[in-house]
Ligand binder design. Structure first.
Ligand SMILES: [Fe+2]
Ligand SMILES: [Fe+2]
Length: 179
């Protein structure tokens, strides 16, 4: 089966709308870090980069009088839950393998514990890669969500990642699309 590429995911209007809302630069940087981490954790770089790229796709904007209301956000945010569902629907529409779509969606659901009453997530390696990549790209005060990137730079970096994923081999064999 032909691999669904990051570039194809990026071209979909749903991705453009929601990934840009929470920061395209952060999404791409997180995917790049996840690619590197996937080697250490021995998980599929295809799944890790897709989950990392889409991890914040569930964000809603919590503005009050033109200002981000952090209290409102903390009380009401469910972006990981929303993102898991939104990314799953998007991936299935784009023809992603169903097993892969579930794994990606789960990694998005578990990338943060901010919506849970207690922080008690036990993550599998793929989920850990995504959570850790996200954390590595975070900036104090949530500034990572506002970092800018041009359209041409975004496309260049996603294409570069796609090429690296295509070339990546585990133990001399092509990696399987699913862990
Ligand atoms: Fe997040
Ligand atoms: Fe994030």
């Amino acid at each position: 089966m032909k691999r669904l590429r990051l570039r194809e995911i990026y071209e979909h209007p749903i991705t453009k709308k929601y990934v840009k809302r929470s920061g395209l630069a952060h999404a791409i940087a997180t995917a790049e870090i996840a690619f590197e981490l996937s080697k250490t954790y021995n998980v599929s770089p295809d799944l890790a980069t897709k989950a990392a790229f889409l991890h914040d796709i569930g964000h809603y904007t919590w503005y009050k009088d033109g200002q981000w209301d952090y209290e409102l956000y903390k009380e009401n945010d469910i972006h990981a839950i929303k993102g898991a569902e939104r990314s799953h629907k998007l991936l299935i529409r784009l023809g992603e393998d169903r097993v892969a779509a579930k794994q990606i969606s789960l990694a998005i659901l578990l990338h943060t514990d901010s919506y849970l009453p207690t922080s008690s997530i036990e993550r599998e390696p793929l989920q850990e890669v995504v959570a850790s990549a996200d954390e590595q790209d975070e900036e104090p005060g949530g500034f990572h969500h506002y970092r800018k990137i041009t359209e041409s730079e975004a496309i260049r970096r996603l294409t570069n990642l796609d090429e690296k994923i295509d070339q990546y081999k585990v133990n001399g064999k092509e990696h399987l699309p699913v862990k």
